[in-house]
Design a binder for this molecule. Structure first.
Ligand SMILES: [Zn+2]
Length: 405
């Protein structure tokens, strides 16, 4: 059954205001919902400090407990009821349907299903809902993925882009003909494969070329128990309006114009255990409301251009490290790089780019000026120096941006 925005909002507000200790304290009127846009936002810091005060149901009704990925601070504990798990399944079903998957498809889920992650569970549930054949190969062994491609003849794979590239490397090493395998679609989670203008970035292009498959971008947030996947038009992830409402806000908390970059702020609909109202995700992207070529009329969320707290200030302009990273990825003769930001003054950061490879500093400076409209400091560095900055001890993930501000 389809509900109107007003119905969905009223239900979310009344439920949260009545049953969540956090929202009960914040909202005193349980019956009459104010306009959504007039309410305060909530960020990850509050979620972390008051984690279980967001829970609206007795613990006995909780059936799934997951944690967030914890890229910023301690991972949050997130809980779902049986109905929330069903909502998650429907969300992923709708998302995969955007990528054109149907019951005819056999799909490899090359994502961890354990370690308290929600993602693998969500994909598995969504594919079940669609009626696909599923092989849970996980994200640990590229060799197993290749073996299962041969034995299962899957039409699609769901994985993190960097793992797709590791699998492609393994295929090259072992003489496995990946471009001509049965895999037609690669659903790419967790890392961007498109730039701001929706063109495939270096990673997206490498995946399409090495897999001989179409890459689809998808964006999900654990706390929202939601993901948005793009369709064949590749023009942003389709929002499922019965489950989520998204606003894009500027630094002052005001809505930006359509197509402008701002922070993704989301309100969940239909969540029982831990509903969220105006949650600041910290991710920055643009929202598009024009109807899509695929015929869907739901809003589309553009590629995530970066984290809000990573935004750089440089001589009067602001930009995301990802803009500089994509210039470097596109430049011939760059083997590896790292971008460093230091605090210079209130108005401007000092940006330094360390590059390894035969690309000249002059050529890179020109490319930066042309495409990112800034001229940061650039210097050559050894592979080892860059590696040490990209992967410091205890790092969980390789990084190309180091924030020293
Ligand atoms: Zn579409």
């Amino acid at each position: 059954m389809t509900h109107t925005f007003d119905q969905l909002w009223a239900e979310t507000y009344r439920h949260a205001a009545r049953y969540s200790p956090y929202y009960r304290e914040l909202f005193h009127d349980f019956e009459n919902e104010p306009r959504l846009q007039t309410l305060p936002t909530v960020d990850k810091r509050v979620l972390s400090e008051r984690n279980l005060d967001f829970l609206c149901v007795p613990r006995a009704r909780v059936v799934e407990m997951v944690t967030t990925s914890g890229t910023t601070g301690r991972p949050l504990l997130w809980m779902l009821t049986d109905a929330d798990v069903q909502r998650l399944a429907v969300n992923e079903q709708l998302s995969f349907a955007c990528a054109g998957l149907t019951a005819q498809d056999a799909v490899l889920v090359a994502v961890a299903l354990d370690r308290c992650f929600i993602a693998g569970l969500a994909y598995w549930l969504g594919l079940r809902e669609l009626g696909c054949g599923i092989a849970r190969v996980g994200a640990a062994s590229p060799g197993l993925v290749l073996e299962m491609i041969e034995r299962v003849q899957p039409t699609a794979i769901v994985a993190v882009p960097s793992f797709l590239r590791v699998i492609a490397d393994k295929a090259r090493e072992t003489g496995f003909d990946l471009p001509n395998s049965s895999v037609q679609k690669a659903v790419c989670i967790g890392e961007p494969i498109r730039d701001r203008a929706f063109a495939l970035n270096a990673s997206g292009r490498a995946i399409e070329a090495s897999w001989g498959a179409r890459a689809y971008s998808t964006y999900g947030v654990t706390e929202l128990a939601n993901s948005l996947c793009e369709c064949d038009a590749g023009a942003g992830g389709h929002l499922h309006a019965q489950q989520l409402h998204v606003e894009i806000l500027d630094d002052d908390g005001q809505p930006v114009a359509e197509g402008e970059i701002g922070e993704v702020v989301a309100t969940t609909f239909g969540v029982e255990a831990m509903p969220l109202i105006r949650y600041r995700t910290g991710d920055c992207a643009a929202l598009y409301n024009t109807p899509c070529q695929c015929g869907r009329t739901t809003p589309r969320l553009g590629p995530i251009v970066g984290r809000k707290n990573q935004k750089l200030k440089f001589k009067g302009t602001s930009l995301f490290p990802s803009t500089l990273a994509s210039v470097l990825e596109e430049s011939p003769g760059v083997e590896s790089f790292v971008i460093l930001a230091r605090r210079e003054s209130e108005l401007s950061d000092a940006i330094e780019v360390l590059v390894h490879g035969r690309a000249t500093v002059a050529a890179l400076r020109e490319a930066m000026q042309a495409r990112a409209k800034i001229a940061p400091q650039i210097r050559h560095a050894s592979r080892e120096e860059i590696e040490a900055l990209q992967l410091p001890p205890q790092a969980r993930k390789r990084r190309t941006f180091v924030d020293l501000r």
